[in-house]
Design a protein around this ligand. Sequence first.
Ligand code: ADP
Ligand code: MG
Length: 457
Amino acid sequence: MEELNKICDAILDYIKSSQSKLIYELWFQDIELLSLTDTEAVVGINYSVKKRFLETKYKPILDDAFKSILGFEIDIKIVLTENADNPEPISISPVPVRENKPVKEESATEQINEPSIISRYTFDNFVVGESNKFVHAACVAVTKDIINESISKTYNPLFIWGHSGLGKTHLLCAITNEIKKKNKNAKIIYKKGEDFTNELISCLQNKTMPQFRDKYRSVDILLIDDIHFIAGKESTQEEFFNTFNKMHDDQKQIILTSDRPPKDIKTLEERLVTRFEWGIIAEINPPSFELRAAIIKKKAEELSITIDNDIVNFLAEKLQSNIRQIEGAIKKIAAISSLTATPITMDMCKRCVADFISGTVPVSVMCDKIIHCVAEKYNVSVEDIKSSKRNKEITNARHIAVYLMKEMTNMTQTSIGDYLDKDHATINFSLKKIKDSIKESKFLESEISELIQKIKS
Ligand code: ADP
Ligand code: MG
């Protein structure tokens, strides 16, 4: 993987120096080199529009860059990368446009900013286990309602919540793809909470709110991914509230995802929380060992690699954070195996996943990482955490940093105290404080496990 990254960096440097900044940033800067043999390079890119342009207009630039860096000609295959946070451009069904308004042609840039549906994410390739079977069943039921055009909806709204990387976006895409497959004319909008907000702000600025309302209120199904993003944004919440009510009254389906339950979304208006609770709230839990093993097998099959059972078990044991991490590891194993033309052995896999697993990182590096991530999350500085300042935000961040150092390293309380220049009693107090708070707040628990994932990544 390191080798691939190095080659990719060299290729990007080459393109950067030969093209304008705009062209480079728009089309090339996000490419990834996924695999390389002596005849073929697989290049990943995060949007289908970019993929199309790279395959058509910009292919000679890529050919030239590879030839210069590698020293020989190579076939370049361009594929979409699996980056759930950057879904590829959407194929939203046509939304009625007023007769007298000219239909604005979408430029490539606008399409890039427009979130959409990853066609690869389907129900078929979603592996079901104990931790996600309820959410899965709810999604299937909702999809059936839409396909059968049922008037009464089983779950409306369907609110899915769970930590990052557990399959929320996958399920929303699966619903959309399934409906599109069965009913090409279904009017569906899939939006990231962030994009919904940005679109709304720009409509407010451009005084095009009527079109915005028409667009959202005329759909049959509205999916908003990561709805927590609208928290604290008053005008967005207001508009969403109105859209929600109108759609709900008209028996239109609404599906929302979030990394926490509605009541834990800070500064989400009470009336919105209540609305979200009208339907069903389904939690997606971290995968069990069995589900992790099943997912590893499925992903290996998708990448056309074979992994022995004892290696599958080893990986399922070690890769516990989330499914995105599992996917990353399997891809890395596949890339190294193909790049070095070596079979997939236990030793090779151990090396591949070493950096995915905590405990292999030196303690000091881990502590620095913990403090850095906590400081960033709670908007304080690293120095603040290490200081003796006692304001509320800083003390809270310090307590969490101490708790994570205890959880994520094998340090004793004394050595944590030494590291932060605090006495044993202070460390003890921080640990107790966070342990107690976690018992009372699921939200804190979820924030902490998110931090752990971030620190490990
Ligand atoms: P979230 O939106 O919850 O952060 P994603 O839906 O983006 O998570 O999932 C992360 C990656 O893990 C995706 O590539 C997705 O395909 C994969 N994934 C998650 N859950 C499953 C599952 N049950 N079966 C197969 N792949 C899964
Ligand atoms: Mg997601």
